[in-house]
Ligand binder design. Structure first.
Ligand code: KG4
Ligand code: ZN
Length: 342
């Protein structure tokens, strides 16, 4: 029997503040994963400035793509298809990746595949877990999204719950700013929390009325702000590390409880996490422990594949390509693209 031809995906990601390109072979083998981060530039402003992000993407994107091909030891003629994130994200940032991918596709005649950013985050789990296949439950926790979903098949999702207000990552970023850690909040809270006591302050674990799988983090954020205000009024010095650890514990408790409930209710024994917040040390440990106790198989990407990268877009792009998805040159950036909607 003739050996199936290898499929090489060149993937491009520019939805927020990382300019990234990768080459992925046959869906799960990452040959290169180049990430040019703008974090240092945005730190001066306390968060991502969309206009600056777009300009920096334009400066870097060609370089990053060339480097991805070089490190993968392939040339453009080896590539089967071009995958690109077209939403959700910052419109100006997304447009840089989308326009570049369209130009490459037009110049080379290679097919273009638009990829959903969150689908990319979920697909990051396939990189290091070669045998993982749907169906499984996945919790996506990023800067803009908190979704609990059943991955029914490649590219087929059933959303069980999402956040009613702030995303998990947004809560980390806002609390970090409130306690004076600055941007980017998630990794800074992760680090300082290691020196704090997670039981020091009892922050609320919010439940959303009538929906056991939805999340709400704005009350928790307000509780942290109120705690800081009351310390300041009483002229008591607050402990940054204790606040960080207690806040992190409150977020994690809710995420673990909702997720494991879903895994058990739907009779699925496999659970995965994805998105930038999935890089959080305490969250990873909490899920590991809880899944081990309940005998649930737990999957998580390495931290580098949790935060924004193009390898995950290459993986998702591969499965879309295999499913026959082809985008036209009218592919546009869709800032609020919903999961499961094409
Ligand atoms: O997935 P991502 O890189 O970008 C989006 O698609 O939004 O996620 C970024 C979010 C930010 O809110 C960042 O603070 C958070 O992920 N994050 C973390 C950690 N690393 C990144 N949150 C908690 N702990 C971390 N170690
Ligand atoms: Zn992301």
């Amino acid at each position: 029997m003739e050996k199936e031809k290898d499929i090489y995906i060149l993937a491009i990601e520019s939805s927020c503040d990382e300019t990234a390109a990768a080459v992925v072979r046959n869906g799960r083998e990452v040959l290169s994963n180049i990430i040019s981060s703008q974090i240092e530039i945005h730190t001066a402003y306390g968060g991502v400035v969309p206009e600056i992000a777009s300009r920096k993407h334009i400066e870097k994107i060609n370089q990053v793509i060339e480097e991805a091909l070089k490190q993968a030891n392939v040339c453009m003629s080896d590539i089967t298809a071009i995958a690109v994130t077209y939403g959700p994200g910052l419109v100006g940032a997304l447009l840089v990746g989308v326009s570049t991918a369209k130009a490459i596709s037009f110049a080379t005649g290679k097919p273009l595949v638009g990829v959903h950013h969150i689908e990319g985050h979920i697909s990051a789990n396939y990189i290091e877990n070669k045998t993982l296949e749907p169906p499984f439950v996945c919790l996506v926790v990023s800067g803009g999204h908190t979704h609990l979903a059943i991955v029914k098949d490649y590219g087929v999702y059933q959303i069980l719950g999402c956040t009613r207000d702030d995303a998990a990552g947004e809560a980390f970023d806002k609390v970090a700013r409130a306690i004076g850690l600055g941007y980017p909040g998630g990794p800074k809270i992760d680090k300082i929390a290691k020196e704090g006591n997670p039981e020091a302050i009892q922050f609320p674990r919010a439940k959303v009325d009538g929906s056991q799988y939805d999340f709400s983090f704005s009350g928790l954020k307000s509780a942290v702000l109120n705690y800081i205000n009351s310390c300041e009024m009483k002229k008591i010095a607050y402990n940054q590390a204790d606040i960080a650890a207690s806040f992190q514990k409150a977020v994690t408790d809710v995420l673990v409880e909702h997720s494991l409930h879903a895994v058990q209710e739907y009779g699925l024994n496999k659970f995965a996490i994805a998105g930038g917040v999935a890089a959080n040390t305490a969250l990873r440990t909490a899920f590991e422990t809880a899944c081990c106790q309940k005998k649930i198989e737990f999957y998580r990407p390495s931290p580098i594949f949790c935060t924004d990268n193009a390898a995950m877009i290459g993986v998702a792009g591969y499965y879309e390509y295999r499913n026959g998805v082809r985008s036209g040159y009218d592919l546009n950036a869709v800032p609020n693209l919903k999961l499961g909607v094409r």
